[in-house]
Design a protein around this ligand. Structure first.
Ligand code: FPP
Length: 242
């Protein structure tokens, strides 16, 4: 049983294993992503119910462009399908959508849906659902440093600006431009892989990690609650002592 008073404020998920799920069933990879999208839909709902404040999902990485054109266009078609079928309900549930990453380069129809989701949900105050899309953490940090440099040159930041951790945090995708998202308390990766894969490198300095062998399309609210329970049994010290 999970303690409702100590639910992680921010959960981030690496939704891995869609391809293997499809392969096991002799289905095309996109069928795995479709099943993954359905799993994601459930996890968004249960996150709201549990009182998680931020849910961040790794939907498409800067490295995912190496996949076949078919698979890439399939993922973006699913994104369109997800927004078209879910946006009303997300909005009714007071969910606020944010995008982390440079989504300007994805197919136009997908950009339109994302912008519609951002606009429709911008005043909502419930769960914040952050979708990492064309996201890579090293690129995010490089972008932050370049933007600090630019703002110093343009006089937006003082000439003698000292770069601090707080300043870098502000310039990340999770920073000011997206309302200063707190660092993730819990990072989940499915499918038995135990890597961060260029996800939230800066932000995960003190995150707890929970891994499960379950492939993402098979990930259920019950498994989610089990991992939250694992998290609640951890002893977080942030480098200090009890
Ligand atoms: C990793 O599994 C998953 C992805 C790269 C894509 C995640 C996408 C979805 C869950 C689809 C829905 C998303 C949105 C935003 C609508 P993998 O393909 O790397 O699996 P494998 O390691 O078994 O091959």
């Amino acid at each position: 049983m999970i303690d409702r008073n100590r639910v992680p404020e921010h959960v981030a998920i690496i939704m891995d294993g869609n391809g293997r799920w499809a392969k096991k069933r002799l289905l095309p990879r996109v069928a795995g992503h479709n099943a993954g999208m359905l799993a994601m839909k459930e996890i968004v709902k249960v996150s709201s119910t549990l009182g998680v404040k931020h849910l961040t999902v790794y939907a498409f990485s800067t490295e995912n462009w190496k996949r076949t054109e078919d698979e890439i266009s399939g993922i973006f078609k699913l994104l369109i399908k997800y927004v078209d079928s879910e946006l009303d309900e997300l909005n009714e549930n007071n969910v606020k959508v944010r995008i982390l990453g440079d989504y300007s380069v994805i197919p136009k129809a997908a950009i339109d849906r994302l912008e519609k989701s951002l606009k429709t949900t911008c005043n909502n105050t419930g769960l914040q659902f952050n979708i990492a899309l064309n996201y890579g953490s090293r690129a995010e940090i490089v972008r932050a440093v370049n933007r600090i440099n630019r703002d110093v040159k343009e006089g937006i930041l003082p000439e003698d600006t000292e770069v601090t951790e707080e300043l870098i945090s502000r310039y990340l995708y999770t920073g000011e431009e997206n309302g200063n998202i707190p660092d993730p308390d819990l990072i989940i990766r499915t499918s038995g892989e135990e890597r961060l894969s260029n996800f939230l490198l800066w932000q995960s300095a003190y995150s707890e990690f929970a891994f499960t062998d379950v492939l993402w399309p098979d990930f259920t609210p019950t498994e989610y609650e089990r991992l939250i329970e694992v998290y609640q049994n951890r002893d977080r010290r942030f480098g200090g002592r009890k």
